[in-house]
Design a protein around this ligand. Sequence first.
Ligand code: SF4
Length: 377
Amino acid sequence: MIAYHPTTIKLHSEHCPHAVQLWKQGEKYDRSIFHTGVVAHSILEEIGKNPDKEPQQITDEQVEIHCSKGREYDKNPEPPAPIPDALEGARLALKWHSRNPVPSGEGIHHEEHYAFDKDWKEVSYYDNNARFRTILDVVEVEEQFDEASEETYTSVTVRDYKTSWMATDKELDTFQRRCQAVVAWLRYQPDIIILEIANLRMGKTYHKEINTHFETDKLEKWKDDISLAIKTLDNQLNPSPGSGCIRCPYSRSCKHFEQMNNEEDIIKQYIAAKETVTRLEPLVKKATKDKTKDGVGFQTKERKKVLDDASQTLLAKWIENDGTVEQLYDTLDLSVTSITKIAKILTKNRQQRDELMSTMTKPEQYPSFGIKKNAKT
Ligand code: SF4
């Protein structure tokens, strides 16, 4: 019996059904883009589990392990991480910990494993009847006191560490997040679930709260959605080569991707070439960091940079020529970036800023050339 992870189900939506098929067949996939995140996660986990140990010592040990032996995921060994990727993961983890100390103690679980059978009965992680498995980065189970009702209630915070710049509040309503909410709901039966995205790169957190009493139907629906996804993925899954091939971890071993390279259709060829470039670019950047090769690498170019005192110089010159500040202001060509900057100074919070911005900007459609993910032709 196959047990699926939220990330496996994500392969279907982000890439194509065949990616899940290849996962089921045990095909090796490209883990290179995950190394930094994996190392950062391990360090934060170890810091949380060993609060009395020096974080730097933990970090050094983890980098050494990840760069020499590699790690195991669901009993599958994974290759060691390149040292620069591991050091980047270490930097992100330590920076995060210095600003947001990793919690430890009673009710705090790091890298906690969960597994459920087809009827959503919790089973041990490697149980043969498991149909759904997941590991949560941090779970904080707390008894809280509500002063208004003078009653205690249980809250469960599910924290997910992310190392991608792209992980913002949009990540709070993804399939993966819903899976996490369902798992926390089933295991802990809390009153409140707080889903949290911790973006290690940006040093920011995003939250969303679910009241399990008022939102039971929603949680039930999410649970049913996962059951349906599992049932669907049990089928033979056909390929759908196209925009999903971009950043697909199986593109190197997938014969359908290989075929796209040789298609007559120039659009298919373009998608295939784009995936190859997307995959190779970070590696080529690394390889040519110090020296260009065959003309490929970082070229030194020149552009004009505005000096720090340019605005004062401009204002002084303007006044010297009998101009007023209002006239100068009228000549300024404002950009969204510049008015956002001014709006930040003029407002106290995000909501006020958004309101002010909505009075000064409007959405506009414009043609932007590129590939839309999962677009159907
Ligand atoms: S490379 Fe393309 S066709 Fe092959 S599994 Fe990935 S998304 Fe599907």
